[in-house]
Design a protein around this ligand. Sequence first.
Ligand code: ADP
Ligand code: TZD
Ligand code: MG
Length: 578
Amino acid sequence: MSTTADAPAQDDGAGSGALTDGFHLVIDALKLNGVETIYHVPGIPITDLGRFMQAEGMRVLSFRHEQHAGYAAAIAGFLTKKPGVCMTVSAPGFLNGLTALAHATTNCFPMILISGSSEREIVDLQQGDYEEMDQLAIAKTLCKAAYRVLHAEDIGIGVARAIRAAVSGRPGGVYLDLPAKLLGQVLDAELGAKSLVEVIDPAPRQLPAPDSVARALEVLKGAERPLIILGKGAAYAQADDDIRALVERSGIPYLPMSMAKGLLPDDHPQSAGPARSLVLKEADVVMLIGARLNWLLSHGKGRTWGDAPKRFVHIDIEPREMDSNVEIAAPVVGDIGSCVTALLDGMGADWTAPPAAWTDAVRDKKDTNIARMAPRLQNNNVPMDFHGALGVLKDAIAERPDAILVNEGANTLDFTRSIIDMYKPRKRLDVGTWGVMGIGMGQAIAAAVETGCPVLAIEGDSAFGFSGMEIETICRYELPICVVVFNNGGIYRGTDVNPAGTDAATTVFVKDARYDRMMEAFGGVGVQATSPDELRQAVKAAMDSGRPTLVNAVIDPEAGTESGRIGNLNPQSVVAKK
Ligand code: ADP
Ligand code: TZD
Ligand code: MG
């Protein structure tokens, strides 16, 4: 319990005489609930809150922009199953953090955005306070829950509600509004301590109904060509052993969504990753575990899914997710750990593996695709193409399966996802449900801070630019992060020309940019790599030393395609010519 250092003695018979205040009650409430790390940008009215947190032994990481502190908090939530906390100043700082809070909510990651706010009386009369904004009203529409605390004795309850809302049921982002006046409010220390709330069982297990499990098993048993799809909800659930047991016991081929890669190792015999098109088209029963049928799975219908009729089994904690895009034959609502255990228990001794005709067809397709890709990954072309560079980085991860891979870009994202195998759960972090650029450095920092593991961030040059200034943060905290910028001189490609002949084309950047020199400016290691061999050496040195490093990997500006793998989502003009 902390009290204000220079508080005057007071004895009104109500408590100990010692005083505490809003600042310290916020700290005590967070610490009581196991929150030890804060992702942060200081300023009025929370500068002292950050200082006091540090003084009380919390880890307070100051960023250069709130959006990246927010993305760090969001991914900390994914990695730890506890809310990641971002703390910002009022209006502009709050808005900068809000993008990440909305991202956390969209991705079902538990996160709390704590923002200081201006005086309510002035804000509500719109009298133009310093950084005036009705933050609570704005946050409400963009996150799972939003709360404001007005009295110091309610801080304990406010923090408890925020934590429970973030992690229980479908996880998401929560906003907690702390007006400046609240932080300075004084309270008897003993009463303050009593007002704190330790959240018991913040994310209670949610057992599936037995008849829903039986129905799911019936549907699976009737399948000729079954498929399991693992999503990032399955990775989040930390039910790794049970999920693996279910997949292996069932004998069913599985497809990992991007951030579920490594939940089972990508070289597992049942992985259907390299046969994605075939299994989506041909499967007759598909069991989704913590994956939504959103755009990333073509909404469960259309060309991607072929003409073969399909029945879906869907495991998710959110009942409203069922039938969101297509009919679900067997909804199983509950937490993934409990659902998977129940399915395993129900499989019984007479469970039979899927027909060999199906598993053989999947394996053949996979073997063919892997064999076709292999020589392209060995190429030593200069300038490098994506395959030559990623062949090197694929080896780097295979040699260090504990390392965390952060990945964003368009071509840089799509090629990396399909080429680099992951071997352990929650080791691949990326742009998530929105395909958002800018998560890179925030995620890399949180990954290093929360896990202590080395981080390899593979970044398109455009993607990197969104959060590039945070390499100063990486150097300041001396984090073991190696950033590889795939520098193809632009968005998708570096070759666009403006037909009007005036400004540079909209998708191109300065030619021959040296991102490595940015890292040197802050005392980190910068390396220019123009060939796969140079890239291999640079990344090896970085991963061996653990020193903050940025490798400017020069990629052929012609190598990429428009929008990477999702160019089909671009609307077409009937008038304009490209
Ligand atoms: P992906 O993008 O990998 O396909 P999504 O983000 O679409 O994954 O889906 C994740 C799903 O996982 C969400 O529908 C969410 O409700 C669900 N989920 C998250 N945590 C759990 C959990 N512990 N138990 C059950 N479902 C969960
Ligand atoms: N802004 C935000 C926040 N998210 C986005 N997804 C975009 C803009 C649009 N966008 C993409 O979808 S990918 C991309 C942008 C700007 C950058 C692609 O260029 P890159 O990767 O250099 O990162 P490649 O390897 O050159 O394709
Ligand atoms: Mg690029």
